[in-house]
Every structure is written in structure tokens, then in C-alpha cells.
Design a protein. Structure first.
Length: 337
């Protein structure tokens, strides 16, 4: 389907599989598509096989969320004051399909359902859609990460202060670290591991499944914590934006409505334009390519030097004679009778 660009999110289910949501960028301008119209897929990083799923999901920042310990991912969709939660395994098979009242956010799959946020509460939703309050929180919990043995680590906040907390299954969750909101982040590691990044204060992580990394809060972290990638804006783009006065400001009218057409998955081989599997995984800007051997393929983003001549992909010396000069090729033979 026509699109100026594609966006999406992904998470790592295990060393060989990624769960992804993806959609044309313009879906963010439509509430119903933003909240539950994105395409969903499981990508096998070894073979490149894309298993497209038979449901759609939201483009929210937390969607999808994976638990490497169970090898599952949960997708969320929001409709009519209800949240539809679908949990799948690495083959794309649905292991749980539940609906809960209200807005359920940051859901993470666990062995007997999902643990998620519902307002200022941490809740558990089992596979029959029964919801149980686990603990009250100061704000809406976010960045909920599976820590093994039924435990989860999450971020809570009160005003401009964020706190990393550990839910162990009972009692009040202890605070593991605190910091300025936006300066702390929790990254999902492999089975039972969670990484704390950013600039935490008063960290007390001894005896917990959380490991602090010397990396920024916005970095993407590998599942073993050996690699952290900080997404940056290319100098050429940064320079271009700086030259545009009031870029992104002062808009008073909505984007013109596109010609109505049925949404089509860009990986659908029945369409004329088939997108490679990599486009599904790399839809989100700055996304790290996760693979089993933790190898990285770096695509050069270097702009040509100012002394370099930019040539078109089909440019050839004999394709187009220079203006004011004769074509040096001999004239074709005359076959007229």
C-alpha cells in the first residue's frame, strides 16, 4: 500500500525470534488505527521467515512486549473502553486471547496470564480474563519487565521523580533506585534479567534480578547487556532541520485525507510491491537488529563529501548527450528500402 514511510515497534522473544507491529506512518493520525490497526508478525531471524498474524494491534510505545523466559509476546488493542490482549508463541500460535475492561497498558506475558498497569495499580489478568489487583502505585506503572519466578520490575513515578520497583508476588514493592523522570529506564534482558539504564540515584540492586548498565536511558540494550546503542540523528538531517524556520510548528489544519483504500500488509506477496522481511524488523527508527549470534549489520549513513560528485543510479556517458555537443556514437544504419 502507498506510504511515505513505515513505523513500528518490536521486542525479542528469544535469540531467534522477534515480535513486531508495523504500519504506515499516517496511521498515527487516525485514533482507531493508532489504537488497534497496526499489522502484527513474528519474524524468524535465522531464516528470515515472516509469520503474519491474523489480528491487528496498537502502535503504542509498549506494544508488543516480550518475555524471553516464556518465549511469548503480548499484543494490545484498545476499542470501546476495552483492551484486547493476545499472547502468542514463537510460531505465531495464540496461547491466550483475553479482553479486559478499561485501558490496560504495558502488559507483559507471564506463565499464567499477563501482568499490566490499570491506572495507578499493578494488575494480573489470567487467561479467562479475570483481573486481580496486585499492588497500588503512585502513578501509572510503565516499562514493566519480566524478571522470572513470577516477579516483575517496573517504573513508578510521583511528579517528576521516577522509581524502579520490584514486585515479588506479595507485599509492598521495594524501591530499587530513583531518579528524574526520563533519566531512568528498564530494558528487558534474556531469561529473568532486567537492565537499569540512565542516571539512577540510591541504587540498591544487590540480590535482585536487576543489573545497572553504564548507558543512557534512551539506548537500546542487547539481551545479554554487552551492547548498548544510542540512536542519533544524522548530521545532514540535523543541519537540514536547523535551516527550516519553525519546523513542525504552527500547523492549524489536519493532514489531507488520503484516498480510501483497504489496508494491505506490505509483506503480502500477492501485492505488486513485496517488502523484504528486514523492513518489518527495522521499521522503528534507531531499532537495533537483534540476532542469535549478536552480530550487527551496519548500514552506512555517511553523506557524500562536498568534493564528491553524486551520480544517479542509471547515469551513463552514452545515455544522454551533453547539451551543445554531438552524440559521439555513429549513426544507426539506414534500413529503409
Amino acid at each position: 500500500m502507498p506510504a511515505d514511510s513505515w513505523i513500528g515497534n518490536s521486542c525479542v522473544m528469544d535469540r531467534d525470534h522477534v515480535a513486531a507491529v508495523y504500519a504506515p506512518r499516517r496511521f498515527t493520525n487516525k485514533p482507531d488505527l493508532m489504537q488497534g490497526g497496526a499489522f502484527t508478525a513474528i519474524v524468524d531471524l535465522k531464516t528470515g521467515k515472516v509469520t503474519k498474524l491474523a489480528f491487528t494491534a496498537s502502535l503504542a510505545y509498549f506494544d508488543p512486549t516480550c518475555n524471553p523466559g516464556t518465549g511469548t509476546a503480548v499484543f494490545s488493542a484498545f476499542r470501546d473502553d476495552k483492551t484486547h490482549l493476545v499472547t502468542v508463541d514463537t510460531s505465531g500460535k495464540t496461547s491466550a486471547d483475553t479482553t479486559a475492561r478499561g485501558q490496560i497498558t504495558s502488559a507483559v506475558p507471564v506463565e499464567d496470564g499477563v501482568i499490566a498497569a490499570r491506572g495507578p495499580r499493578l494488575v494480573h489478568i489470567d487467561r479467562s480474563s479475570e483481573m486481580k489487583d496486585l499492588t497500588a502505585t503512585d502513578g501509572v506503572p510503565f516499562q514493566i519487565r519480566a524478571a522470572g519466578k513470577g516477579r516483575v520490575v517496573f517504573l513508578d513515578h510521583n511528579g517528576s521523580t521516577a522509581r524502579a520497583k520490584l514486585w515479588t508476588g506479595k507485599g509492598k514493592p521495594p524501591t530499587l533506585a530513583s531518579g528524574k523522570l526520563g533519566d531512568l529506564a528498564l530494558k528487558q534482558g534474556d531469561t529473568g534479567r532486567v537492565f537499569l539504564t540512565g542516571r539512577p540515584q540510591n541504587a540498591r540492586l544487590s540480590g535482585t534480578p536487576v543489573t545497572q548498565l553504564n548507558a543512557g536511558a534512551d539506548t537500546d540494550v542487547s539481551s545479554l547487556g554487552h551492547l548498548a546503542v544510542d540512536p542519533v540523528l544524522m548530521p545532514g538531517i540535523r543541519h537540514g532541520l536547523a535551516r527550516i524556520k519553525d519546523a513542525g510548528k504552527g500547523f492549524t489544519k489536519p493532514e489531507p485525507q488520503p484516498t480510501p483504500r483497504m489496508p494491505q500488509d506490505p509483506t503480502d506477496e500477492s501485492s505488486g510491491d513485496t517488502a523484504p522481511a528486514e523492513n518489518v524488523v527495522h521499521a522503528r527508527q534507531g531499532l537495533v537488529r537483534w540476532c542469535g549470534r549478536m552480530s550487527a549489520r551496519v548500514v552506512s549513513s555517511r553523506l557524500p563529501d562536498r568534493h564528491q560528485r553524486v551520480r544517479g543510479p542509471a547515469a551513463a556517458t552514452d545515455e544522454r548527450p551533453r547539451q551543445g555537443r554531438r552524440d559521439p556514437r555513429p549513426a544507426p544504419p539506414d534500413h529503409r528500402p
